[in-house]
Design a protein around this ligand. Structure first.
Ligand code: AMP
Length: 122
């Protein structure tokens, strides 16, 4: 797959506000936060969309949720609650084609998450 901006963040070619890193995953603050706390958890392996997750990726994809909960807990938001979201393709609102778990916290979150941009696609 073609390289995205997230590969550059993994390779430290561009800066990011990194919250957690290990051999499989990286968590960093979203550059355009939609909540008081908004960070992304990505696999270091580039996988374009949820549709491209292979059987061999089960461990790393599960690991993303573990990292999300760990970082939220360290930020003191676990008990109050939070949301994880992974968008897929155009109708899902995906803009960066390297899978990423959005983690939003710090305020009550509306449901469903509905934006004007998505409304246009209906
Ligand atoms: P999505 O629209 O689900 O593909 O989400 C992509 C997310 O990546 C958006 O919330 C962007 O604000 C975020 N993003 C894009 N570029 C950067 C960057 N350089 N650093 C941090 N977050 C970014």
């Amino acid at each position: 797959m073609s390289e995205t901006i997230f590969t550059k963040i993994i390779n430290k070619e561009i800066p990011a506000d990194i919250l957690y890193e290990d051999e499989l995953a990286l968590a960093f603050k979203d550059i355009s936060p939609r909540a008081p706390i908004h960070f992304l958890v990505i696999p270091k392996k580039p996988i374009a969309t949820i549709n491209d997750i292979g059987e061999e990726d089960r461990e790393v994809v599960g690991h993303l949720s573990w990292v999300a909960a760990k970082v939220v807990s360290e930020l003191g938001e676990a008990e109050q609650g939070f949301r994880t979201v992974m968008n897929c393709n155009e109708f899902g609102g995906q803009t960066v084609y390297h899978i990423h778990l959005h983690v939003l916290a710090g305020k009550p979150l509306g449901w469903p998450p509905y934006t004007e941009k998505l409304k246009e696609l209906e």
